[in-house]
Every structure is written in structure tokens, then in C-alpha cells.
Design a protein around this ligand. Sequence first.
Ligand code: GUN
Ligand code: FE
Length: 432
Amino acid sequence: RGRTLSFNRAPESINDSAAYAYESDGALLVENGVIKACGPYATVNTAAPEGVEEIDHRPHLIVPGFIDTHLHFPQMQVMASYAANLLEWLNTYTFPEECRFVETAHAERIARHFFDEMVRHGTTTATAYCSVHKASVDAFFAESLRRGTCMVAGKVMMDRNAPQGLLDTPEMSYDETRAVIADWHGRGRNHVAITPRFAITSTPEQMEAAKSLVREFPDLHVQTHLSENRDEIAFTCELYPEAKDYTDVYARYGLLGRKSLFGHCIHLSEREADAMSETGSVAVFCPTSNLFLGSGLFPLHDLTRRAKPVRVAVASDIGGGTSYSMLKTLDEAYKVVQLQGERLNPFDSFYMMTRGNAEALSLENRIGTLEPGSDADLTVLDMAATPAMALRAEVVNSLADELFLLQTMGDDRSIVETYVAGKPAKSTLDIA
Ligand code: GUN
Ligand code: FE
């Protein structure tokens, strides 16, 4: 029981109240990890079976669990590394750190911490890069299975321009990705993504291997990085001189499509944006990372409001990103949009971190919503979680202002509880 909020589509403006459902005295009926009913408390209570346990979260706000569509679980110990730009950051800090995931015990330890942080921050689904080592993927999915979470993740394919300890070969990356699919795809709520890191770290032969995997497994997600940094773009074009541009490198290997997620997409040309749009590919906005690495300002509205709109999602990009919190991530997204003379309204932000990201993953029938029949992944929010927030909350008198307060001043302290498949996951963290 609590106030409930969920979206049925993207809001067109701050006044578009038809885009969401809000109940000031609402409730959800959950059975076997699935939402059975959602609506006014009185109605849901009448439908509830005798003796059902009631958890009272009033006056807090219950929303679908947050979804983070791009992050790197082996980079938890890379966060806050002092680098001038993307390529320096990768070579100096990130690649050496990812080498440690050759050790199974290390991967398992970091996976436990990773799932703890997700739950602490109200994130119930993430789309993750593991490392090049299959053991890192096994550790990630095993932990996800234990926690009952819906996760999308993949073995990173990379066979050049990185330290020896992080390189596979085209054959290894193909065989191990197939093994990961056989071992984990569809087990529990786990989904495998085909994950070539980016064009710089894959030879054309490895891109061919990725192409074969996408052909053989057309329903799987694909994730990679695209157009993040000017030097990265120039180096990519040198490595693939036959391609028209960076996006065309991926297009040539059949990697564009409705299940494909491209991290960053900051500096796309009109031609590239058209190609993204025509294939239904998703551009993933990673505001804290883009600011931290000095990569640039994601042109959110240029991409979504053009004649051929590009599908977008939003993500933390841990460890280039600087916060696990989707609230903090959207706080930075708001500022990035402000700097471009536009506005990002709080309903749009909350849509993006819930249903919008679910739609970007083609998982909106299962997550990102409070619709009966979907999985009971929930986040409970407190707009007065800190003294400073409580003071501001005293004068907040609209749902829009409450969401904006949560986004602007909130973090993990605003997460009262996180439910994964109907089970309280945050309050039980120490015994998990
Ligand atoms: N491009 C290739 N690998 C990475 C990575 O790990 N993080 C970011 N932000 N960009 C990348
Ligand atoms: Fe990334």
C-alpha cells in the first residue's frame, strides 16, 4: 500500500496526465513475484485473498524498479579514476582493472557487491558488460539467478588494442558467447547480449564472428559503444577505412536493429542518425559518464524530435559514470538538456528510467510497469529522505515537483525499499 505511479507511454509535456497512472491511496497485489492487481487501495484490497500480508508504505511513492541500460560490472573499482578523456581512461585505469576478472573469486566478489549496489539504489534491471573472461559472465549471471533479478549481460568480445590479458580471438569470442547463451539465456530472468566492446577493440574477423552470432540468435540483444569521443571516432575510421562513418562499421556487420543498444551516440551525423532510426537501433544516453570523461552533450531532443526519430534509453555507464543512482543520472541528464537550451520534464525522466528503458530493451511486457501480469520489481521512494530534502518537501505540492525533488536531491537514501520479483531486497541486504 502506498501512492503508486507508472507510465503507459512517453509523456508529451509536463501536463500530459494521460501518459501515466497515479493513485494517491493505491496498492499492488503481488503473487509469486507477479503483479496481480494495481489500483486504488479499496479495490485491490477487495480483490485480495484472505490472509494476504499487507505492507504499508504510506506516504511513500511506489514506482516500477529502475532500469539501467548500459553499465560495466567489472568497473566498480574504476569509478572516480582521474583521466583526461575516454582513451586515456580506458588504457590507464579500465583495461588493467578488467584484467583482474580472470580470477573467478574476484569476479564473484565484485558481482555480489554489484547486486548489492543495484538494490540499494532501486535498480532492478541492468544491461551489463562483463569482462572478456567467460568466468566473469558466469559470476554475474549466477548472482543474478540467486537474487531473482531480470538482467541483460554479455561476455565482452575484444581481440586488439588492449593488454594481452584482455584479448580473446574471433573463434574464442564466438565459442564462448555461444557457451554463455547455452548456459544462461532464459535461465531465471537472465538474458544474454552479444557484446563486441567497440570497433577499436575488434578486428574485422571478430566483427564477422559477431555478425554470425546475430544471424544465429536474432532475438538476442546486441550492445556496443558508438560515437563517444572525437579521438575514438577518428581512430575507428582509420581502422575501418571502407566504412562511410562509425555507424556504418556496425551496419556492415549487421549489428544495427531493434534489439541493439549503442552506448553514447554523442557525435552522430545526420546520416548516422537516419541509419539508427531506420533500423530501430537504440542510442543510450549516459549523462554522468559523458560529463565525467568530457565526451560531450548528448543531443537528446535532436535525436528524438527529428523527422526520423531515434529510439533512446538512459544509463549510468558505471564506471565511466559517477553514480549508481538512476535519480542522480537523470539529474545530470536534466542539466545536459538545459545546456542545450531545452527542458527535460520530470515525468519524462521517470518515464525514461522505468517504462522507457523497458521499451528500449523490448521488455515492456515484463518490467518497467505496474501492469497486472508483469514482474513485481518495485522501488519505493521517499522525497523527504534527508533533512535538506524534508525541508524542501514541506512546500512541494504537486506530483511533478515531488518527482523533480527526488531526481534533483535524491540518491540511495531516498530508496525506502526495493522489491525484486515481489520480495523485499533492500531491507534484507545484510543477510542476502
Ligand atoms: N568504449 C569502449 N569501452 C568503453 C568503456 O568501458 N566505457 C566507456 N565509457 N566507453 C567505452
Ligand atoms: Fe560503457
